[in-house]
Design a protein around this ligand. Structure first.
Ligand code: HEM
Length: 270
């Protein structure tokens, strides 16, 4: 039999065959992510070529009124089809003002009686409010089909983010970053190190930033649950007398809890 000499190589042939088959399948698979991709706020992309662009007058035709083309809501220039939420957005419903135009500011101000163009302007919001607004946008990403972009304040005619839009995203990201930082409620202790005595921590009325805060306080060791927090927080802070004791702040071992100065040779950065 001609094929009999191939028998010793049968495993190699199967493996190579499977690899070739896999390659063919993968190269034919349509790029679904691209086709269905939505422009995510804060995701750093500039949209895809396939995104539909709406002018304001085109979008106004999607306000849900009799004869309209549908029910489209806009947030930060992104357009969503909220037909399945018509009980909220349909004519006469509580949130009808959000459809047919961009009223991004109203998601924070709660102003949804009647629309006027300035409601798309969010520059008067704080960074934290902008962060909440971006969260609203994520809600629409998860809940409703994405339809494209509105040309105007947030996207230019080519569907690219405007400078205004980038600033909004930067400010929202800044708020997110700041909130992720562990809060340091108390000033850091003064710290010195000597070979013979090791580390000494102590408190003065100017501990921390050098500004007199009117009290001295006692050195307390910071125990942060998260390693990342532990890296960012000082290992010793000065806690004022009589302040409510936090479980993450404890006296140093081998140091009187009422002392303003402690040697912490053996527990530095524990
Ligand atoms: C800034 C203020 C507010 C904004 C921007 C806002 C916005 C919205 C939006 C957009 C929806 C529809 C969500 C969806 O598509 O499923 C919604 C739903 C709803 N909102 Fe508000 N809302 C606000 C304040 C309030 C307040 C103060 C109340 C209550 C007193 C309230 C009660 C509700 C209820 C009950 C629903 C329906 C939830 C459901 O059926 O799934 N909202 N809100």
């Amino acid at each position: 039999m001609v094929l009999s000499h191939l028998v010793p190589y049968i495993r190699h042939i199967i493996v190579i065959g499977a690899a070739v088959l896999l390659f063919i399948i993968l190269s034919k698979e349509p790029d679904r992510n691209h086709e269905e991709s939505s422009v995510g706020v804060g995701q750093g992309d500039l949209g895809t070529k396939d995104d539909l662009l709406f002018t304001e007058s085109e979008l106004a035709q999607y306000d849900g009124k009799p004869g309209s083309k549908g029910l489209f809501l806009v947030i930060l220039g992104h357009v969503y089809d909220v037909e399945s939420g018509s009980k909220h957005y349909g004519p006469g419903e509580a949130y009808n003002m959000f459809v047919g135009h961009d009223a991004s500011r109203s998601f924070i101000s709660g102003e949804f009686e009647s629309y006027y163009p300035e409601l798309s302007d969010v520059s008067g919001l704080t960074d934290t409010e902008l962060k909440s607004l971006v969260k609203w946008k994520s809600f629409y990403d998860k809940t409703y089909p994405y339809r494209g972009k509105l040309i105007g304040r947030y996207f230019n005619e080519r569907g690219e983010l405007t400078e205004y839009h980038k600033l909004v995203l930067d400010r929202a990201a800044k708020a997110e970053l700041e909130e992720a930082q562990p809060k340091q409620e108390y000033p850091s202790c003064n710290v010195e190190w000597k070979e013979e005595t090791g580390t000494r921590v102590w408190c003065t009325s100017r501990s921390g930033d050098g500004v007199d805060h009117g009290w001295v306080g006692k050195p307390r060791r910071y125990i942060a649950e998260e390693t990342s927090d532990k890296e960012k927080l000082p290992f010793c802070v000065c806690v004022p007398d009589g302040s409510s004791s936090s479980p993450s702040l404890v006296p140093f071992t081998n140091c009187d809890a009422s002392s303003v100065s402690c040697f912490v040779k053996d527990e530095n950065n524990e």
